[in-house]
Design a protein around this ligand. Structure first.
Ligand SMILES: O=C(O)CCC(=O)C(=O)O
Ligand SMILES: [Fe+2]
Length: 261
């Protein structure tokens, strides 16, 4: 993996060594303090650029256009009236390529590299993480062209793991509000305040190409702001689970990607 990753700076290939443990500890501290950690330049700039160049034509021809209005939960909430301000609806638009379209890429090699899952598990304080068996969902790459955005949402999984391949000229920021809710408290008033633009704890970061970003997506509200300029924002999302062999149902695949296989 040395050809595509900066393993001198981020020794993911040496699990259990003092320098590996120091990096894990730094990531854990960041997660506890801020709900997020970033490894800037984990993927080499040349690799991120060549992966992007190979994918850009496929976004034009083969990708699923995801375009919809949705609330932060992607569904109605039984305890709330439909006009509750926590259920405000927003527009999302991006294009997705799935794992079955990424064969042979450095991204898939990284996803299936056992030391990467081992490192991520350690940062998240899990005994082990497994890649999915789902032919589409294992790794997704999303592209956002001018005006496209991923709007406010919470993720289904506890943690979300992304790697930016190409940054846009402007816009395309990652805006997030750590621990806006908890498993015990949905904090609908807090959600409504965030959506109205009134949460002073909201933060925006712009990722640089090659950066690994891990955040607590289940209870951290987050969005990608609209991209500006001619260069698309291109980002990979890796899905791991605590059990081996996880797949989506055909209905889930069709809902997420417009096709079952
Ligand atoms: O593109 C990003 O930075 C975040 C992606 C995300 O939130 C998601 O895939 O659920
Ligand atoms: Fe998300």
């Amino acid at each position: 993996m040395h050809d595509s990753l900066d393993l001198d700076r981020y020794p993911q290939d040496r699990p259990g060594s003092a320098e590996w443990q120091a990096l894990v500890n730094r990531c854990r501290d960041d997660l506890t303090r801020t709900g997020m950690f970033n490894l800037e330049g984990l993927m080499r700039a040349e690799t991120a650029a060549s992966e992007t160049a190979a994918l850009l034509p496929r976004f034009a021809s083969d990708a699923f256009l995801h375009e919809r209005m949705h609330n932060i939960y992607f569904k109605p909430v039984a305890d709330l009236p439909p006009d509750h301000p926590a259920l405000r609806r927003f527009h999302t638009s991006n294009r997705t390529l799935c794992a079955d379209q990424l064969g042979g890429s450095a991204l898939m090699r990284l996803y299936d590299w056992p030391e990467f899952a081992r490192f991520l598990a350690a940062t998240m304080d899990k005994p082990v993480l497994y890649p999915m068996d789902d032919p589409l969902a294992r790794v997704n790459v999303m592209s956002y062209q001018q005006g496209q955005a991923l709007n406010w949402h919470f993720d289904r999984s506890e943690f979300t793991t992304t790697l930016l391949l190409q940054a846009p000229e402007a816009g395309g920021g990652f805006e997030y509000r750590t621990d806006l809710r908890s498993d015990a408290d949905p904090n609908y008033d807090g959600v409504a305040r965030l959506l109205a633009g009134g949460d002073p704890e909201a933060r925006t970061i712009t990722l640089s190409p090659g950066t690994l970003n891990v955040f607590k997506g289940k209870n951290t509200a987050h969005r990608v702001t609209p991209v500006e300029g001619a260069r698309a924002r291109v980002i990979a999302v890796f899905s791991y689970f605590e059990q081996p062999g996880v797949t989506f149902t055909e209905a889930e695949r069709t809902g997420f990607y417009g096709r079952a296989g």
